[in-house]
Design a protein around this ligand. Structure first.
Ligand code: OAD
Length: 253
């Protein structure tokens, strides 16, 4: 009964207090943002290590900046979809929800999600390659924008071979260790440490639900797999769980 919820599962979902939602590129696919892997993905025909690694940046920073500026333009031209909005609504319906996203597109925030951990950073920000903390305005005309200290600026995303922000990662693991439900949406589940989060939740006894048109390495861990695109499936799943509308704000607000 992987595809349909039992009454027991629905009761467990409605009674759950602590939620951890893990998302990947698939949640933004229906907004028009390409995923990384598979046909038409960002990594098709390109070498990730040239575009998304410290070595690639040092070898050709202008090329890397061209790619990130193209992605920024793309993101500025799209809107959050019904999947992003369903997750933002879920946060308002349940007592405690933490959203850990691997996405760097900022669409969850634009959809209204508040308790958000950006595991891989944010594409719209930049910082000094040498790590200095000078306040700098990024020059949009420069092929490689520079920090006030003279070093190149780089996009504030996590590249291959780099570690995730320690505090963000610690918080994500802690949330998994104590969540009642872990909802996994639109990730291939192959990039670590993010891909390890559902296993932590499973060990902690959480119910695991996956939304993805394809089977993934995480599917075997899940109590339920909802096969299909997130922008369609998440609102339908919310209705099925009985969250039809926005929760009523508490009296006096
Ligand atoms: P991937 O491109 O690896 O996987 C996207 C997943 O989304 C696949 O499992 C698809 O089946 C699924 N998918 C596609 N369309 C969907 C839809 N409409 N609704 C729901 N799911 C859909 O992307 P990620 O798992 O996010 O890291 O990749 C993880 C990390 O690898 C990224 O954050 C990025 C990349 O290299 C860095 O850049 C550090």
């Amino acid at each position: 009964m992987r595809g349909n919820p039992s009454d027991e599962m629905r009761d467990r979902i409605r009674g759950a207090r602590r939620w951890l939602v893990l998302t990947g590129a698939g949640i933004s696919a229906e907004s028009g943002v390409p995923t990384f892997r598979g046909a038409g993905g960002l990594w098709e025909g390109s070498r990730p290590e040239e575009l998304a690694s410290p070595e690639g940046f040092r070898a050709d920073p202008a090329r890397v900046w061209r790619w990130y500026r193209w992605r920024r333009e793309l993101i500025r031209g799209v809107e959050p979809n019904e999947g992003h909005r369903a997750i933002a609504r879920l946060e308002r319906c349940v007592p405690e929800l933490c959203l850990a996203t691997q996405n760097v597109d900022g669409l969850h925030e634009r959809a209204g999600s508040r308790n958000l951990l950006e595991l891989h950073g944010n594409l719209l920000r930049s910082h000094c390659l040498e790590g200095c903390s000078a306040e700098t305005t990024e020059d949009p005309e420069a092929a490689v924008p520079l920090c006030r200290c003279g070093a190149p600026l780089r996009p504030s995303v996590v590249w291959f071979g780099e570690t995730l922000d320690e505090q963000v990662l610690r918080e994500a693991f802690a949330r998994c260790e104590r969540c009642d439900v872990c909802l996994i949406v639109g990730t291939s589940g192959v990039v670590y440490p993010a891909a390890a989060l559902p296993g932590i939740a499973r060990q902690a006894g959480a119910l695991l639900i996956e939304v993805n048109p394809e089977e993934t390495p995480l599917t075997g861990l899940c109590d339920r797999s909802i096969r299909g695109p997130a922008a369609q499936q998440l609102p339908a799943w919310m209705r099925e769980c009985g969250w039809e509308e926005e929760p009523t704000p508490p009296a006096g607000v």
